[in-house]
Every structure is written in structure tokens, then in C-alpha cells.
Ligand binder design. Sequence first.
Ligand code: PLP
Length: 394
Amino acid sequence: MVEFSKRALNITPSATLSLSAKAKEMQAQGLKVLNLSIGEPDFETPNFIKQAAIQAITQDKANSYTPAAGIPELRQAVAQRTNLDYGTDYVAENVVITTGGKLALYALAQVLLNPGDEVLIPLPYWVSYGEQVKLAEAKPVFVQPSQNLKVTVADLEAKRTDHTKLLILNTPQNPAGLIYSREELEAIGNWAVNHKILLLADDMYGKLVYNGNRFVSLVELSAEIQANTILVNGLSKAYAMTGWRVGYVVASQEVSAKLTAFLGHVTSNITAASQYAALAAVTGDQSCVEEMRKEYEARLNLIYPMLENLAGFEVGPKPEGAFYLFPNVKGAVEACGFDSTNDFVAALLAEQQVVIVPGEAFGMEDCVRISYAADRATLEEAINRIYKFIQTHQ
Ligand code: PLP
């Protein structure tokens, strides 16, 4: 038997990844599985982005190691894109390109945290935050939201100690799709600056905002808040590029240099071809992002009222961004005679072949996450099957 490190023994496997692996297994057996579990756009990567990578490979530009922080033209382009989107004034040296946003967050935890440091993570949270903090031997401190699934300064203050080093704030948020308003962010940003708590802004869904709602990034606020904020973003969601694994960090040159030194021993660089694809994505015509955004918006507007009509589902405030819904299903779980949301979700998969994720993975056991990164017919059929499932069990 291999004796694993305490660190490895402490890892909880990603619930979203294992569920979607299960769904793929059932699909391979010929079952018509409707998979609403995954945080992955169902669109193809836009063609001009693919072509840029193919060209870079055939012209022999993308077949060697690149600088650890990414090719200079991509760092420059990401700084420009960020400045265009947020009105900031970053330069290439502020930017580090990483193997997905996931590695950006992992690497930041490694370079920022010591054992005993505490990291505030608002509930509901993205599955990997807590695990990554634990892998850095620091302590995740989960913060219960008191206001419509969003935390307030009072909620954060109640959990602050002398060891609090960092707050991770994800908006638009996975899994509930909510957006912190400018006022809410200003209050949280000023509180963090006053208490010398670093802010980590996960803006992964910043371009996926619906129905006239507005997303403001922490780095758009005051100079003090911007200086205290490390920005994480990536191309997976907005450009339908999950498999290309392109993420990035925008931060002070001090942080970006340390991160580069760390990554030099971890990945050397992200795949060169992906960097050329990313360059095309961030400098090219942005209408592909808008087309996908509009389709997600139409799906949200289709599926939200359908969920509102499901017995025992409390859908809460309508999501404003990302591509998930996070209803509280306690009523349905109880009415159907299940002991837990996990059992409800497992039976739904076995009986109706619909995959959704139990809220436990996001820190809220009574909820489920439903992704609408699936076409409208699939969404409608999945909700009808959930309806049938509840009818059969009630
Ligand atoms: N942050 C959030 C909130 C996410 O939902 C995800 C992916 O699901 C990521 C970061 C990481 O995405 P990627 O590693 O594909 O860039």
C-alpha cells in the first residue's frame, strides 16, 4: 500500500467532474442521459480561434517552450482586453497566463498562503476553492450569506480573525448566478483594504451577464481596492474554450513575478498552441461572445419559470449571470421521501437519466446546481423528466 501525504489524503474529489464522468459512462452504454451537471459551454470554440492555433502549429511558432508567464504578445493582449473591459491601466508585466483559471487559483494559494492563514470563502462556493486552500495547508473559512445568497460586510466581519489573509470573491457567481452590485463590492472592498485582507476576484463569468444586469469587477472600483485585488479570469466559459486550458492572473508586478517563478517549476508554460488561440480570442471580433451570451440568456428565461413551477423547488432570486441555477429543493426531497439531496439526485439519475449536482459540493446541502449550458430542447426535456420524477415519488 502506498503511504500518501496528509495533503493528498485530505482531498475531496471534485463532485462536478466525477458526476459528469458517470454521465458519460451511462451515455456510452447507450442511455439517453441529459447532463445538466457540467460547467462547460455546449458551443464549439469559434472557428477563427481554432484556425489561429492551427496556423501557429503549422508555421512552427507554437511547438517549443514559451516563457513561463506566457508569450509577450498574449500578456500584452490580455492587459489590453482587461483595460478595455474594466477601464484599468495594466501592462503586460501585470499578466501571467496559466493552465486554466483553476491553476491560477491553485498557484496563487501556493504563493500567498502559509499554514495557519485563513481564507474567507463565501457560500455557496465553487468546488475547488476550499480544496486548494487546504492544499496550501491554510484554512478555508466558509462564510454563510445573510442576504439572498450574497455575503455582507457584517457576515465577513463575523468570521475575521488576526489570521485572515485573503477573501475569494466570485461574481457572477457559480453556482447561484448572482452578481454583487457596485455598492456591495465597494463596501466589501473598503472593508478588506481597511483590515489588510487581500482580495481575490474570480471574474470567470464576467462576460456572461443577462437581462440588462450589470457586472462590475473589484478592480474597477477605487485605486486602493484595485491595488489590493488580484484578478483571476480565463477563456473557458466566455469563449467556449474549456479544453484549451487558458486562464490568467492580473496583479501587481510583485505578485506576477512570484507567480511566474512558481509556475516555472510547475508547468514551464501553458501549451503554446493554446496561447496563440487565446491571442486570437482576446484580440479578435468579440461578437462570438455576444452570440453565446444571448443564447444563454434565452435559456435562462426559458428554464427559470419552468423550475418555479416544480413542486418543492424554491428557485430564489433569478440568476443574473454565469450559466447555473441553484434552487433549494428541500421541499421536493422531503415530499418524495428521500433522506438527503444526494439520494434525490442519485435516484433522478438512475430513474430519469438526468444529471444535476447536489448542493453539498457548493456548501449548501438543501440545494442542487442545474447548468443551462445545454440546448433548449435538452433543458425542456430534463425539466419535464424532473417533473415526472417528483410526480412518481410523491
Ligand atoms: N472559477 C470558477 C468560478 C469556475 O466555475 C471555474 C470552472 O468551472 C473556474 C474558476 C476554472 O475554470 P478553468 O480552469 O476552466 O479556467
